[in-house]
Design a protein around this ligand. Structure first.
Ligand code: 5AD
Ligand code: SF4
Length: 475
């Protein structure tokens, strides 16, 4: 796959922005006078995709569509896809395949597929060829152009497959329809320059580009003024935020400026690449109580040899020293990680190193994945791909080790009181309400609807591997 390293982003011109507003207005006109039309956005993948989907929903709402969660009721369905692992692609394709029947019943239904999967030329072409009922596709870098794409589909009654080519454009001011009034995603940068050898992201999300600090601060000020209690800053590698501003505002500076916004809110961020996570950032966190005591620091492997093959640019020792520094500065911090099992060439000894770094780091949470071959990435060409029987044995061993540590890390909180942001009724346990601590741990407790979206204090009575249980107390 093409490695596009020479495509720095640029900001959308006022004319480009105005023309998308015009297309939005034209669609609103086309829809007016008919029964209100409904739009359903279906999302797969990471938080960045969730954030993108809220912008897709925002644009559709500005066109006059009402939001629906049911594909069956929809007049337009937009599927926002993921390509990080093969499983995610297969799932999106099979769900999209099911829409054939919906289109047969309602020929006016418009179906679009966007996101990382269709940012790959081959996948977009496959959809064009084999899914004739799909009306349009656009990749992650063309999201801002959705009004124009949709207008072309509607006015010319033709299919439109927008190539993910050219200079990426960052557009401010795209409307957002947020899922949750008191928790918001805020993308601070897009793309990735790291080219970890297993990862498709740099090929589908393009080169790293940061939003201007003033635009981010303005967005967060408005969110906080609207009563938003939790802001999660998003980027593939937030620690390299602001490189294009020549050192004028790095990620720690941005975080510091966000914390100066008045109001009762917390700020989280993800994801941090260990090679770029700085001591300055950790010091800034420690000095700012508004920054949640949570750090997601993907290690991927505990073997220095495999880390090198993965092109990660750190080793066990530098990684563990970062964790030690974090715990020294913020003893209560909850640390989580991502781990890949079965990267090409991973031996039993390499895997033992992964188990040992998990034991040393003592994570609160772990997201583990079996390596998935992504064609076009260097790791896909490596010899010694690890057979499924081997990864199938390693994977549950890793989970067992981490589950024991997760429980131990949660037990520490028994009989202590934690501040929790209340989410609502627990999905798995509808008798209880659920919320999240500063460390992003799930807490279950009795509450009522009036507490949703508020901070409450919960005294923890019982710790489990994946949740804490407690009761709301005055202080
Ligand atoms: N196979 C398995 N896991 C992957 N990840 C990224 N690419 C792959 C792949 N090809 C994991 C990494 C990353 C997380 C978001 O997904 O652990 O941190
Ligand atoms: Fe993928 Fe590595 Fe970039 Fe993360 S830092 S998105 S794992 S290439």
């Amino acid at each position: 796959m093409e490695k596009r390293i020479d495509s720095p982003a640029r900001m959308a011109t006022p004319q480009e922005k105005q023309s998308q507003i015009e297309y939005t207005r034209k669609i609103r006109e086309m829809l007016s006078g008919t029964e209100p039309k409904k739009a359903c956005v279906v999302t797969y993948g990471c938080q960045q995709n969730e954030a993108d989907s809220e912008r897709i929903a925002g644009m559709l709402s500005a066109m006059g569509y009402e939001k629906t969660l049911s594909e069956k009721d929809a007049d337009i369905i937009v599927v926002n896809t993921c390509a990080v692992r093969d499983h995610a692609e297969q799932k999106a394709l099979s769900i999209t395949g099911g829409y054939k029947h919906l289109k047969a019943k309602k020929p006016s239904l418009i179906i679009g597929v966007c996101g990382c999967m269709v940012s790959k030329k081959e996948s977009a072409e496959r959809i064009k060829r084999s899914y004739p009922y799909i009306d349009f596709t656009f990749g992650t870098e063309k999201l801002w152009q959705m009004p124009e794409i949709l207008y072309t589909v509607m006015s010319e009654q033709k299919r439109f497959f927008c190539p993910n080519e050219g200079k990426p454009i960052t557009m401010e001011g795209i409307p957002v329809l947020r899922e949750n009034p008191y928790k918001a995603w805020v993308s601070i940068m897009y793309g990735c320059n790291n080219f970890c050898t297993y990862c498709i992201v740099p090929y589908v999300r393009g080169r790293e580009r940061s939003r201007r600090p003033e635009d981010i601060l303005k967005e967060i000020e408005a969110l906080v003024a609207d009563g938003c209690k939790e802001i999660t800053l998003l980027g593939q590698n937030v620690n390299s935020y602001g490189k294009e501003f020549g050192g004028e505002c790095d990620f720690a500076d941005l975080l510091d400026r966000i914390c100066k916004i008045e109001g009762d809110f917390i700020v989280r961020f993800m994801t941090s690449h260990p090679k770029d996570a700085s001591l300055k950032l950790i010091d800034t966190m420690a000095a700012n109580p508004k920054v949640a005591r949570q750090f997601h620091l993907p290690v991927q492997s505990g073997s220095d040899r495999i880390l090198k093959e993965m092109n990660r640019h750190y080793n066990r020792e530098t990684y563990l020293s970062l964790i030690r520094y974090m715990r020294e500065k913020m003893p209560d911090i909850a640390i989580s990680t991502d781990i890949i099992v079965g990267f090409p060439g991973e031996t039993d000894e390499d895997f033992e190193e992964t188990l040992s770094i998990v034991k040393e780091a003592r994570y609160d949470m772990m997201y583990s994945f079996i390596y998935s071959k992504r064609s076009g990435t260097p790791a896909a060409e490596m010899e010694n791909q690890v057979p499924a029987e081997v990864t199938g044995k390693r994977f549950p061993r890793l989970i067992e080790v981490q589950n024991e540590i997760s429980l131990e890390r949660n037990l520490v909180w028994e009989n202590k009181t934690l501040r929790v942001l209340v989410d609502g009724r627990s999905k798995n346990n509808p008798d209880k309400f659920s919320g999240r601590t500063d460390g992003n741990k799930i807490v279950l407790f009795d509450a009522d609807d009036s507490m949703i979206g508020k901070f409450v204090n919960v005294k923890i009575s019982k710790a489990q591997t994946f949740a804490l249980i407690g009761e709301v107390v005055a202080k």
